[in-house]
Design a protein around this ligand. Structure first.
Ligand SMILES: Cc1ncc(COP(=O)(O)O)c(C=O)c1O
Length: 487
């Protein structure tokens, strides 16, 4: 079997075939993967092959068994979690990078776009002047990197290098009860311990209470713990809430604390003039994160951390020098793209090998510009408002979480059900199984809510209306089934 066909210039032909298969997938006429799980599992579950079948056969198997049984996440009716499919240009630029610049290192156009696209985002989202970025695999790692910088800063002020010496004192991180759980994991990985995260209560809108934050900071004074950072949400995962950034930032300053803003989901919301004022105070941040793979439509695997002082990242994450790496490079007489690794991103985070993510973000912005992205973000925010308005107007629906950005929380009401959480849990399960509208759920002040989050580039008013219609239809059906069961 000729195993080298794809290695010899057949990419155009083969990727055209793959493109057809993917276009077919994106028409969303196929059944859900679980409906034929036995069939495709049987076809795929083979012993590890001694001999290959060749690129044509693999491509055929991809088209027959794998792609049609992929995920509903790119479907415009899927509004679960905070995730979506890549836009076409995002997918294409990823392919381009994987072929033409499989590593971000080197003095290539791809490496150049790494920095340029980070700077473009910083400008687009109004980040403090001078902030510089670093890509990683997503929001969890981006938070880890930012909090690593915060840890470095806090300990250096005590004359300790935590990256070298380890964390030798109990620490404290402050974040709201609505913070993303990657904050606790980052605390664990950084040696601060999950318990170091002190959860600050929120107001009725899910925003951190600055009164409670100040109270806690005051109470903790004189304690033998190293305060590391205050983490604020610019778009919380559950509700899309934006914490009062200015008040939190000023409080952090007053206590000489690092101010981190988690905008993994919500930072691009700043492009919507209706909510832009809520980002007031962003300029006080010492670090900010944003995930292009959420609201910007990048393929999953792209997050970004911004800090005011990238040198700090270098000290927090630098690796011991490796002769095979640095020894192969030069800064003098640079004339070849492999003479130099380019900006040493690998020393600023936790990844050495890493794909060229910058070209993807560059392509996403270059394709439709800030105006196109703004239009999409405003549309998504309007969809959440539209769903909330329809819910408000319907006697069987209730809004339990008003949208700030593109998330809202609504639930079905029925006088004949005592346990509305159970009713809505069942409605949600049934909606998922029908597969037309796939939101997720959350709990707001004890109330289980159906929670659509609109971030898909393909999602329009049609899908927002379908979600409400589907919820009403399923709600009636589930309520009726219960009555029948009761006799
Ligand atoms: C606010 C926030 N921060 C961080 C994350 C983690 O991002 P990722 O899933 O890309 O690791 C999420 C994920 O939804 C999030 O909503």
């Amino acid at each position: 079997m000729n195993t080298d066909k794809a290695e010899c210039g057949h990419l155009a032909e083969l990727s055209a075939r793959l493109g057809e298969q993917l276009d077919g997938y994106l028409s969303f006429r196929h059944p859900d993967a679980m409906q034929q799980a036995d069939t495709w599992r049987q076809a795929l579950e083979l012993p590890v092959p001694e001999n290959g079948v060749g690129v044509d056969a693999v491509l055929a198997e991809l088209g027959q068994w794998v792609i049609p049984n992929g995920s509903p996440i790119p479907n415009p009716g899927c509004t679960a979690f905070i995730t979506t499919g890549a836009t076409t240009i995002g997918a294409l630029a990823t392919l381009a990078g994987s072929v033409a610049a499989p590593q971000r290192i080197g003095l290539t156009a791809f490496n150049f776009l790494e920095e340029l696209s980070l700077d473009w985002m910083a400008r687009m989202f109004g980040l403090p002047k001078g902030m510089k970025g670093l890509y990683s695999s997503g929001g969890s790692v981006a938070n880890l990197v930012a909090l690593g910088a915060a840890r470095q800063s806090a300990f250096e002020r005590l004359g300790i290098d935590p990256a070298r010496e380890g964390v030798c004192r109990p620490c404290r991180l402050y974040a709201s009860v609505e913070c993303h759980h990657s904050v606790q994991r980052a605390a664990a990985v950084l040696g601060l311990g999950r318990q170091s995260v002190c959860k600050i209560e929120t107001d009725a809108g899910g925003r951190m209470s600055t009164t409670a934050l100040r109270r806690q900071l005051m109470a903790d004074q004189g304690e033998n713990r190293v305060p590391i950072a205050v983490v604020a949400n610019a778009g919380s995962t559950n509700r899309g809430a934006i914490d009062p950034l200015r008040e939190i930032g000023e409080t952090a300053r007053a206590y000489s604390l690092w101010f981190h803003v988690d905008g993994a989901y919500g930072l691009p919301g700043i492009l919507d003039p209706r909510v832009q004022p809520l980002y007031d105070g962003l300029e006080l941040a010492d670090s900010v994160i944003v995930d292009p793979h959420k609201w910007l439509g990048a393929p999953v695997g792209i997050g970004a951390t911004y800090v005011k002082d990238r040198e700090l990242l270098n000290r927090a994450f630098t690796q011991e020098a490796a002769t095979y790496l640095e020894g192969s490079c030069t800064t003098e007489g640079v004339a070849h793209s492999m003479d130099n690794l380019g900006i040493p991103y690998a020393d600023m985070g936790v990844e050495l090998s890493a794909p060229s993510r910058g070209a993807v973000v560059w392509a996403l912005i270059r394709e439709i510009g800030i105006a196109g992205l703004r239009e999409r973000i405003c549309r998504h925010n309007s969809l959440a408002r539209h769903v909330a308005e329809r819910a408000e107007a319907h006697p069987n629906l209730d809004v339990v979480s008003e949208p700030t950005l593109s998330i809202c929380g609504i639930r079905y009401l029925s006088e004949r059900w005592n346990d509305l959480n159970e009713l809505n849990r069942r409605i949600h399960r049934r909606m998922v199984q029908r597969g037309r509208s796939i939101p997720s759920t959350t709990v707001v002040n004890g109330a289980l809510a159906i929670r659509p989050c609109f971030v898909g580039a393909r999602t329009t008013l049609k899908e927002a209306d379908e979600l409400v219609d589907e919820m009403l239809a399923v709600g009636q059906e589930v309520a009726r089934m219960n009555e029948e069961a009761a006799g």
